[in-house]
Design a protein around this ligand. Structure first.
Ligand SMILES: [Mg+2]
Length: 225
């Protein structure tokens, strides 16, 4: 069987109203100054940041604001996961699942289907629980499973090993996803996230090694075979 491996954020889940806003609020909380969503996208495009805690920290450092990493993580999680599990303002509640379930059901008998994400375990589990899609993904590799994040291929190679596959596709929305896919010997498919379908992002994905760029994950069949 060939492997279909998915990134979560921007590919399977629309995080434009969750993680992206959590970065914005965290940076603004510690720096006291506004940061635009466009500026945050620039940091994501630049790459080299394993997760959105690192992204928040990088923006703060560039503003000469140095905050202990754990404080950034705690504040970020307060916005993202909420102050408690019933917090109506928790940004995670604003996430939407993107991949059609009927499409997923057509793919799972034919391919080994897995996830490789920079999300911590708890956030990955929540995305699969809320969308009730956990049963479709045989292998899920998260932040805690690897020493080196994307663009290092460690997570994708581990995913392939656990799936018992040696070829397939990786679907991601950032240049680092494309670099990781190529380094792991996979077909690299750039997927436009809901908030950015720009020619700039297309060219960044292609420059990073994308073999294809598709408009959304629901166009997946265009690149299979
Ligand atoms: Mg992503």
């Amino acid at each position: 069987m060939k492997a279909l491996i998915f990134d979560i954020d921007g590919v399977l889940v629309d995080v434009s109203k969750s993680y992206r806003i959590a970065i914005k609020k965290t940076v603004e909380f510690f720096s006291g100054k506004e940061v635009s969503l466009e500026r945050i996208q620039e940091y994501k495009n630049k790459g080299g940041l394993n997760n959105d805690w690192d992204c928040s920290e990088a923006i703060l450092k560039d503003r000469d604001v140095v905050v202990e990493k754990q404080k950034i993580i705690d504040k970020f999680n307060e916005y993202y996961l909420g102050k408690n599990k019933d917090d109506p303002d928790a940004l995670i509640k604003k996430e939407a699942w993107l991949l059609d379930i009927s499409l997923l059901e057509q793919l799972t008998p034919i391919y080994a289907v897995g996830i490789m994400t920079g999300r911590p375990q708890i956030d990955a589990d929540l995305a699969l629980q809320v969308s009730n899609t956990g049963k479709y993904f045989g292998t899920v590799i998260v932040l805690e499973d690897v020493e080196k994040g994307k663009p290092d291929p460690e997570g994708l190679l581990l995913c392939l090993e656990k799936m018992g596959c040696n070829e397939g596709w990786y679907f991601g929305d950032t240049p680092d996803d494309m670099r990781a896919a190529k380094a792991a010997g996979l077909v690299a498919v750039g997927v436009f996230p809901p908030q950015d379908k720009s020619e700039l992002l297309r060219s960044l994905l292609v420059d990073a090694g994308a073999d294809y760029v598709i408009g959304s994950i629901n166009e997946i069949q265009e690149v299979l075979q």
